[in-house]
Write a protein that binds this ligand. Structure first.
Ligand code: NAI
Ligand code: HPV
Length: 409
């Protein structure tokens, strides 16, 4: 029997990690009431139990959606990452199951850029160390190794949405901005693209990392790269903890080769605010250590809540998959007066003709058809007269290569 369109009251949203209340408001205004909320990430077994009957899940950077978790999530239609990074999601496993993954690529970028600029100013001034000393009762009034930000060279690694904004703000403060990236980017203002990471590191007073977590960025700042940075320079990482070899950084802080560091993300982060934060960097006064709060501002979280919830509701209501990170993107008009069939299939030869055969064989009147594919899957949306939708859905669901199908009334 083919799956049917679910009533909204039966569609379950599982929202984890204290996703902002704006998400709940948005979902309720779209008619979704079945929302389970958790303030923390769930341990793997609890996650599997909670996700088993969820149709949509909302997470932030902490929750790991692995193959194993997806295997337990038999009803899952889509994932909303209420953040930028999607490295915590096994995207291939989601795609194989026809699960669309969405994120919020812009809403917290300004918050990260502001934090980085603040840290660059404070670290160049030696404020982190002087502040720590003052808390212990020490008075360290001195201008030694205390610098203005004006005129200093900022090296941005990864000139994307955050890196570019950072560059613009830094230039406004009189910094000389340079960057490296794996692709050629249009430099904003007077910024300059430097051909390679090594060269960028060797000629920057402050280095700030804004790359995603990938195989290529794992430990991209190791002992060899840190050694290239000028003595006394500053390293800032608000990207992912896997990008910096923390032990190598600790050794360079110990030797004084690195003059200070602002680190927001760590190779291992506590699961919740109740757990202890363990890091060799705790030993150094000249570090600003923050608990992965680069994107944690009231403004960013409220906007993200709204943005991602809207994407999930839209995908649920009408099938639109625009801006999904793993799914063929289809922007769909409303389908008033007809039923909408959504068919997700493995992208194999012959499947479209099998789909079209259903409509010609059973003389189903199609009022609109949309198709988009990526390497792995195809997503076809077909609007038909209401009377045909049950039969057509059943036939479509039985086509070889079908991953999942549903109908929207
Ligand atoms: N600390 C926090 O709370 C937050 C952390 N983030 C992290 O920041 C990262 C960057 O965010 P956006 O700027 O919005 O991403 P983006 O995708 O707009 O930019 C990333 C840039 O890095 C470049 N890149 C990728 N691999 C590279 C490599 N191996 N070497 C050099 N460049 C490389 C890309 O070409 C792109 O230009 C996110 O992936 C996320 O992990 C994002 C938001 C908040
Ligand atoms: O947006 C991102 O990629 C972040 O790292 C922010 O993560 P968070 O939502 O604060 O857990």
């Amino acid at each position: 029997m083919a799956p049917k369109s679910l009533e909204k009251s039966k569609i379950k949203f599982l929202l984890l990690e204290g996703v902002h209340p704006s998400a709940v408001e948005m979902l309720r205004s779209a008619g979704y009431e079945n929302i389970e909320l958790h303030q923390k990430a769930l341990p793997a077994e609890d996650l599997k139990a909670a996700i088993a009957n969820a149709h949509f899940v909302g997470i932030r950077s902490r929750t790991q959606l692995t193959e194993d978790v997806f295997a337990a999530a038999r009803k899952l239609v889509a994932v909303g990452c209420f953040c930028i990074g999607t490295n915590q999601v096994d995207l291939a496993a989601a795609t194989r199951r026809g699960i669309a993954v969405f994120n919020a690529p812009f809403s917290n970028t300004r918050s990260v850029a502001e934090l980085v600029i603040a840290e660059a100013i404070l670290l160049l001034r030696g404020v982190a160390a002087k502040n720590a000393a003052a808390h212990r009762g020490e008075w360290q009034k001195s201008a030694t190794a205390s610098y203005e930000i004006r005129g200093k060279r900022l090296g941005i690694v990864g000139y994307g949405n955050i890196g570019m904004q950072l560059g613009v703000i830094a230039e406004g403060l009189g910094m000389q901005v340079q960057f490296c990236d794996v692709v050629s980017k249009l430099p904003l203002g007077n910024a300059r693209q430097i051909p390679g990471l090594d060269q960028l590191l060797a000629q920057s007073d402050v280095v700030s990392l804004h790359v995603p977590e990938t195989k290529a960025t794992r430990n991209m700042m190791g002992a060899g790269q840190l050694a290239l940075m000028p003595r006394g320079s500053i390293l800032i990482n608000a990207s992912r903890g896997s990008v910096v070899d923390i032990d190598a950084l600790a050794a360079n802080l110990e030797s004084g080769h690195i003059g200070g560091a602002g680190i927001d993300v760590f190779p291992v982060e506590p699961r919740s605010n109740d757990d202890e934060f363990l890091s060799p960097l705790r030993a150094f006064d000249n570090t600003i250590l923050t608990p992965h709060i680069g994107g944690s501002t009231v403004e960013a979280q409220a906007n993200i809540g709204m943005e991602v919830a809207e994407k999930l509701a839209h995908y649920s209501d009408n099938g639109t998959s625009t801006s999904s990170v793993n799914f063929p993107e289809v922007a769909l008009p409303e389908h008033e007066g007809s039923h909408r069939l959504l068919h997700i299939h493995h992208n194999v030869p012959g499947i479209m003709s099998a789909i079209n055969r259903v409509f010609s064989e059973y003389d189903v009147n199609v009022s609109a058809q949309f198709l988009q594919t990526n390497e792995a899957i195809g997503y076809v949306v077909i609007d038909v007269d209401a009377e045909y939708s049950d039969l057509a859905l059943e036939k479509l669901t039985n086509i070889d290569g079908t991953i999942r199908s549903r109908v929207l009334f």
